[in-house]
Design a protein around this ligand. Structure first.
Ligand SMILES: [Zn+2]
Length: 162
C-alpha cells in the first residue's frame, strides 16, 4: 500500500513536534510568541523573511509579537537549526525555515517544482527490523530521498506547459 502525503504545507504535527523537541532539548519552552513566529514561517514557506516582516505578518495573523522578541526568537531558532539566517543583497538579514532538516525521513522530491511528499510504505516502516533480522545490524535512523518528477509536473509537461 502506497500512501503519499503532501508536506508542501509546512507545519504538520510531525514537523512541529520535531521543532518542539529541539527547543526542549535546548531547554527552551514553546511560548506563544515562539509559536507565532513558527506559524509565520509555516505560512510563508520558501520565503526569506526579515525580522520586521515577521513582526508585521504575526500581527496580521493576530498573534502580535514585539520586534525584540522576534529577534530573540530568531536567534534561538537559528541556534537549534530550525531557521537559517541569510544575508540579502541589500545587506538586510533575513531568515528562512530550514525545512530540509525537518523533513520526514522518506521523501519524494520533485526536481522541477521542488515539491516534497512524504512516502509511507508498509515495508519501509519495517525495514529496520528486517535489516536487523537479516544482518544483526542495529539501525538507529533511516533516510530515503527519491528525486524525480511529480504528477502535476508530468501533467503540465504533457499539456505542453511549464
Ligand atoms: Zn513537480
Amino acid at each position: 500500500m502506497l500512501t503519499v502525503r503532501q508536506v508542501g504545507e509546512w507545519g504538520s504535527p510531525l514537523q512541529l513536534a520535531q521543532v518542539y523537541q529541539r527547543l526542549e532539548a535546548a531547554r527552551c519552552r514553546v511560548t506563544p510568541q515562539r509559536q507565532a513566529v513558527l506559524h509565520v514561517f509555516s505560512r510563508h514557506l520558501g520565503e526569506d523573511l526579515s525580522a520586521e516582516e515577521i513582526r508585521r505578518l504575526a500581527a496580521e495573523d493576530r498573534e502580535p509579537v514585539g520586534l525584540a522578541t522576534v529577534y530573540r526568537t530568531l536567534g534561538l531558532l537559528c541556534r537549534v537549526e530550525v531557521v537559517t539566517r541569510v544575508l540579502g543583497d541589500d545587506g538586510l538579514a533575513r531568515y528562512r525555515l530550514n525545512v530540509e532538516s525537518l523533513d520526514p525521513q522518506h521523501l519524494l522530491i520533485c526536481v522541477r517544482c521542488g515539491d516534497l511528499s512524504e512516502l509511507s510504505l508498509e515495508w519501509l516502516r519495517d525495514l529496520s527490523d528486517q535489516v536487523r533480522g537479516a544482518t544483526g545490524f542495529h539501525v538507529l535512523d533511516q533516510e530515503l530521498r527519491l528525486f524525480g518528477i511529480c504528477m502535476s509536473c508530468q501533467a503540465s509537461h504533457r499539456r505542453g506547459v511549464g
